[in-house]
Structures are given as structure tokens and as C-alpha cells.
Design a protein around this ligand. Structure first.
Ligand SMILES: [Zn+2]
Length: 144
């Protein structure tokens, strides 16, 4: 027997239903549907599950935990981009180890976390935990 959950979507007097494999995926589906149809005044999505009983939703705020996750790519975040720019400019694009600079030596530099972000997430946006490294020095650091 396949367990599915039937969700009834209602806008005014019209109904339709969809089946989901789990309550979790039903809630994500409901969230998207509510978001798409929130201009309608009279909408609801409801289902019955053995675990939770009768559930009805009219507002995405009831399901904020099921919102699609925003992009979590740290290196694309505004905060990182701004900080990176600030570090590069305040330190003349100069490598902290070999002291060559992008302008004088035509090298590629990158902004590096002294204490790695994976183990020290709290220091990911701490300017004192950042250093400029050229490509070669950074590769040397990783190989160590
Ligand atoms: Zn260097």
C-alpha cells in the first residue's frame, strides 16, 4: 500500500486536489500554492493525516518553515562581497605572505579566511580573520 496524502485546494467555490507522498512535501506544495494565489481573498488548502489530524491553511505565515530555502552560497552573499571589496581596497590588493601586489606584479589575489569558515563560522565575516593571499600562496597554504 502506498501512503499518500490528499490535499484539497480551494479558491472560492472551486476545488481541486493533489496527492503527496508525505506531509512534509504536502506542506511545501501548499506553501507554494498559497504564495501563488494569495491575491484571492477566499482560499484554503486542507488535508487530513493520521499523524496530525485535520489541517487547514489560508496564509503562508502558517507555513513559514516550509518556504523554499534562500540561496545559501556564502561567496555570493552581499555581506561577503562587500567585506571582500573592503579588504582588497584597504590592503592594496597585496598578498599577506609574499607581499606582492596585483597592481605591481600582475598576480591574482583572493581574500582568504585565516581560520577556516568550515570550523569557525562565527568568524566568517570578521575582518580580522581575513587576509589577502595570492593564488600561489593560497595554494601553498592548502597543500600544507
Ligand atoms: Zn603570495
Amino acid at each position: 500500500m502506498q501512503l499518500t496524502l490528499q490535499v484539497t485546494y480551494r479558491i472560492g467555490d472551486s476545488h481541486r486536489s493533489r496527492h503527496y507522498q508525505s506531509e512534509e512535501s504536502a506542506k511545501r506544495g501548499i506553501y507554494k500554492w498559497l504564495l501563488k494565489n494569495q491575491q484571492h481573498a477566499d482560499i484554503s488548502a486542507s488535508y487530513f493525516s493520521a499523524a496530525s489530524g485535520y489541517q487547514a491553511f489560508q496564509d503562508i505565515e502558517q507555513l513559514s518553515d516550509y518556504a523554499p530555502k534562500p540561496s545559501t552560497n556564502f561567496y555570493l552573499s552581499r555581506a561577503w562581497q562587500d567585506l571582500r571589496y573592503q579588504v582588497l581596497n584597504s590592503r592594496e590588493h597585496r598578498c599577506a605572505l609574499c607581499h606582492r601586489s596585483a597592481a605591481e606584479h600582475g598576480i591574482a589575489v583572493e581574500v582568504d579566511h585565516i581560520l577556516p569558515r568550515s570550523r569557525y563560522p562565527d568568524l566568517a565575516l570578521d575582518i580580522n580573520n581575513l587576509q589577502i593571499l595570492c593564488y600561489e600562496c593560497n595554494r601553498g597554504k592548502r597543500d600544507k
